[in-house]
Design a protein around this ligand. Sequence first.
Ligand SMILES: O=C(O)CCC(=O)C(=O)O
Ligand SMILES: [Fe+2]
Length: 195
Amino acid sequence: MSINYSFGLPLKHNFAEYVYYQGLFLPHEIDNILSFWDDDKTIKATVAGESEYRDELRKSSVMFIENSKDNDWIYNKLAGLAVNCNNERYWFDLLGFHQELQLTRYSTGDFFEWHLDFGAGEISARKLSMTIQLSDPNDYEGGDLQFMINQNIVNAPREKGTVIIFPSFIMHRVTPITKGTRQSIVGWVSGPPYR
Ligand SMILES: O=C(O)CCC(=O)C(=O)O
Ligand SMILES: [Fe+2]
């Protein structure tokens, strides 16, 4: 018996801690998404898996994008991208979005400390996390989406319209905004338990 792959065929090794896609969302599509922002529908963000506010872990405002007929195109575009990305890189079992897409606004002083999107309870179904950069990088300072890869901190691209996809078990954060406002869409594609 060989030590390598003794349980089956060799698999592709295409894993990446994160991947990004530029230019998929056009400026007018992003402006359309940004026009959804409604202060009346905004809630103070909680940390996933916890119902209490954890001010030391996260400070931002969020609202959820209803999966209505008008918004179908956003869901479809992101779902198509997630499937393509998954087929190329991860081969996770995916079922789909099981939570509404989150529209997030970070104002000056807001942040989201190091965390995983994956954990015990409902969020154990999360497989892929997706972020869309909705703000012009010149409109804010700080507010970098960063990944911890081994002991290195790596910045995600900031360009407006970029979609960043990463396995939900990858450690990431958003650094404090020091000037201006950053907006993003965050979505989680879920699936059956890992096996
Ligand atoms: O705003 C972002 O790009 C990421 C936010 C985040 O990590 C989250 O909502 O879980
Ligand atoms: Fe996250």
